[in-house]
Design a protein around this ligand. Structure first.
Ligand SMILES: NC(=O)c1ccc[n+]([C@@H]2O[C@H](COP(=O)([O-])OP(=O)(O)OC[C@H]3O[C@@H](n4cnc5c(N)ncnc54)[C@H](O)[C@@H]3O)[C@@H](O)[C@H]2O)c1
Length: 253
């Protein structure tokens, strides 16, 4: 018997580096999976238990459409993973109001919208699990831009508030805080997370200086994060809610 037989996991940001790994692991463990993202997946996985759909997580109507698609395909949702994000890596004084609004909107407001959209569906089940994504800056203030910092610490409040509000329905909420994970987020030049030579880990100087800050000496793999997602989604963590958990090789110490 696989761990997630009969469960349906909705992975928002499912086309990303960590999202793709999370989708794969849920499928291996027997879940049906909805991979929802503003961008098409670069590595399409063909599996009868997987469906893709478009989602702009900042837009409540887009959530409604994605949920409708999910219910039509798989009838229920019991797990929500909010694995999308945005960052413009700027010094405090250089961060524009447009960047501030965009980052806060994607990293914080969209998670609130997602929770409000999906919870009425999860409430129909005996319980459920919601997993949000913070960052190393959630645990330890750093030198990245103020908007990323504010949004990723704001998720502590949002996650704990939701955990208390929905505990009586047996729906758990936890916040994972990855450290340095080798994905497009810190390597590529995306509209939601722009990088140039001065910020990308394609630049060996940036790669090595990040690596040096990690006490366990290595970047985290998307799999390291996906392993915790599956644990938090499973009944093995049934008494864990409102937790803020780093997976950062000790970087936030
Ligand atoms: N990579 C890292 O080193 C790192 C470190 C700490 C925290 N994080 C956080 O982990 C999460 C996942 O990051 P990742 O490394 O997998 O990044 P990624 O760039 O590989 O994937 C992010 C995904 O989010 C999607 N997305 C962006 N805006 C969206 C929107 N409005 N609606 C729907 N989808 C949208 C993108 O299309 C992309 O597929 C993010 O919250 C990020 O802030 C990443």
């Amino acid at each position: 018997m696989k761990k997630f037989n009969g469960e349906v996991a909705f992975v928002a940001g499912g086309s990303g580096g960590m999202g793709t790994e999370i989708v794969k692991k849920f499928l291996i463990e027997g879940a049906k999976v909805v991979s929802a993202d503003i961008n098409d997946p670069s590595k399409k996985i063909n599996d009868d238990n997987l469906t893709y759909c478009k989602l702009d997580a900042t837009d409540p109507i887009s959530w409604d459409k994605a949920i409708k698609h999910s219910l039509k395909k798989f009838k229920k949702i019991s797990i929500l993973v909010n694995c999308f994000g945005s960052n413009y890596r700027k010094e405090f004084k250089d961060q524009t109001i447009e960047e501030w609004n965009k980052i806060l909107n994607i990293n914080l407001t969209a998670v609130f919208i997602g929770i409000n959209s999906v919870i009425p569906i999860i409430e129909k089940e005996k319980g459920g699990s919601v997993i949000n994504f913070g960052s190393i800056v959630t645990m330890r203030p750093g030198s990245t831009g103020p908007a990323y910092q504010a949004s990723k610490t704001g998720l502590i409040g949002l996650t704990k508030s939701a955990a208390l509000s929905f505990a009586k329905k047996n729906i758990r909420f936890n916040l994972i805080c990855p450290g340095h994970v080798d994905t497009d987020f810190i390597r590529a030049d995306n509209s939601y997370s722009p990088n140039d030579w001065s910020t990308s880990i394609n630049n060996p100087e940036n790669y090595n200086s990040r690596k040096k800050q990690i006490p366990l000496k290595n970047f985290q793999d998307p799999e390291d994060i996906a392993n915790l997602v599956l644990f938090l989604a499973s009944s093995e963590s049934k008494m864990i809610t409102g937790a803020v958990i780093p997976v950062d090789g000790g970087s936030s110490l």
